[in-house]
Design a protein around this ligand. Structure first.
Ligand SMILES: Cc1cc2nc3c(=O)[nH]c(=O)nc-3n(C[C@H](O)[C@H](O)[C@H](O)COP(=O)(O)OP(=O)(O)OC[C@H]3O[C@@H](n4cnc5c(N)ncnc54)[C@H](O)[C@@H]3O)c2cc1C
Length: 408
């Protein structure tokens, strides 16, 4: 067997679906850790675009700091293969994925396809109406490619009621909608735009934004607590919640989020007790393996429940990146016939909580195994009254790992 393993490793094929924070990290790290493996990255899009640091840019003049990165260039730079393709299905028995660019066989498959929006929860089932709503009122939380259109829409907003709906938890980047609301409120005030931002929130409000949204920008913001959207009437520009109907002139609609379509098609969604779909993937809490499909890992925002205590890992880019590291190490160890300790994720998130005066909050989330496989989560929030570009430095360090060259 020891003689057999290197021969197997030399022909090992890894397919990575999704070139976001998770998938790009796996591809890059695996190339470093296991040069003998054949690595293929599949994504329907031609380029990576990041959400990080986009909220300020939405309301400020200037070019994007989060420019796009062509997958073909990244693949060339780091030495893995990229194929632009829509992945349609997975055959876990034959170990193949079917895509718009043909079939790909794998020994290990990493699924990092991100999220989808659940418009059915708002009683919208017609794909044409969904496409229309996404085109006219997208909250731009699904794809960073939607951000420039949202910026343009905000620039065209001359007054009236601007609705921002916050998705029910869990959703990607928990502080992002509050930070976005704060930037929009600040911009409405500064530009003296006769408009109101209506924030419909089904979750408890993030404490760091309570004072600024409820007091400092009280003329710009109407905050509706306990507001879970039940339906939408696009013709009347109205959403209905349990409490009230809300009319809008323009909107950033963010419906409930779920794991991406591919995981539903592949039957890899976790069932809750009673057989109801949880909406998110079924994978191990610390090895990210699918119990249903051997050799398959699921990482990033699509990942489902990991703990009865805290529920889900925060759906952030850094967590997706850390999961990518953990999976790359597992595959490299398996290919080399070695054992490996588990690597748990962590997350650092910088949030601007005020523009004038400038103030930010750093959120640190970390995990440890209690010793019996049960995970403990620790969250620390630190207020920074004098930010000095820590958020940009964090983003640059992250991008260095899977975009700009040097790896950790
Ligand atoms: C407004 C906003 C601000 C944010 N700011 C931060 C921040 O400051 N810091 C932070 O850490 N996180 C931030 N996040 C969260 C972060 O963007 C996500 O956590 C991260 O993108 C998750 O990475 P992922 O790899 O799971 O999925 P994604 O980045 O969504 O990548 C999924 C990829 O899979 C591809 N794909 C999906 N299905 C298929 C298929 N069937 N076939 C082919 N390709 C497919 C998609 O095209 C996409 O490229 C923010 C999010 C938002 C919305």
């Amino acid at each position: 067997m020891p003689l057999f393993r290197p021969a197997l490793a030399a022909s090992g094929r890894v397919v990575v679906v999704g070139g976001g924070w998770g998938g790009l990290t796996v591809a890059r790290q695996l190339r470093l850790l296991a040069p003998q493996l054949e690595i293929t990255l599949l994504d329907r899009a031609p380029a990576f675009m990041s959400f990080a640091l986009s909220n300020r840019w939405l309301v400020e003049p200037g070019a994007a700091t989060w420019a796009r990165h062509d997958y073909a260039q990244l693949a060339g730079r780091f030495g893995y293969r990229y194929v632009q393709a829509e992945v349609e299905s997975i055959d876990p028995v034959r170990r193949t994925v079917a895509s718009s660019a043909g079939q790909f066989g794998y020994d290990w498959l990493v699924l990092a396809p991100g999220i989808r929006e659940n418009w059915s929860a708002w009683q919208v089932d017609d794909p044409k109406i969904v496409a229309e709503l996404q085109g006219r009122y997208s909250g731009a939380m699904l794809s960073a490619a939607d951000l420039p259109a949202l910026k343009q829409r905000l620039a065209n907003f001359k007054g009236g009621d601007l609705l921002l709906t916050i998705p029910p938890a869990p959703y990607r980047c928990p502080p992002a909608p509050y930070e976005r609301a704060m930037f929009i409120a600040w911009w409405l005030k500064k530009q003296k735009i006769p408009g109101k931002l209506i924030v419909a929130d089904p979750n408890p409000m993030m404490p760091a934004f309570r004072d600024i949204l409820l007091s400092r920008f009280k003329d710009q913001v109407t905050y509706l607590a306990h507001s879970k959207v039940r339906s939408i009437d696009p013709a009347w520009k109205t959403v209905s919640t349990d409490i009230d109907d809300i009319r809008f002139d323009d909107a950033l609609l963010c419906p409930p989020q779920q794991a991406a379509d591919l995981l539903w098609r592949a039957g890899l969604i976790r069932q809750e007790e009673g057989g109801k779909d949880s909406g998110w993937a079924a994978q191990g809490a610390s090895d990210f393996r699918s119990a249903a499909a051997p050799g398959v890992f699921i990482i990033g925002d699509a990942a489902g429940l990991v703990s009865p205590q805290f529920g889900y890992y925060p759906k952030t880019g850094q967590v997706a990146n850390r999961m990518g590291h953990a999976v790359a190490r597992q595959i490299a160890a398996e290919a080399g016939g070695q054992a490996l300790d588990k690597l748990l994720p962590d997350s650092v998130c910088y949030v601007t909580s005020s523009v004038e005066p400038e103030e930010s909050v750093r959120i640190d989330t970390s995990y440890r195994d209690r010793g019996d496989g049960f995970l403990i989560q620790a969250v620390k929030q630190t207020r920074n009254p004098n930010p000095a570009g820590e958020d940009a430095a964090w983003a640059a360090a992250m991008y260095r790992e899977f975009i700009a060259g040097s790896a950790s």
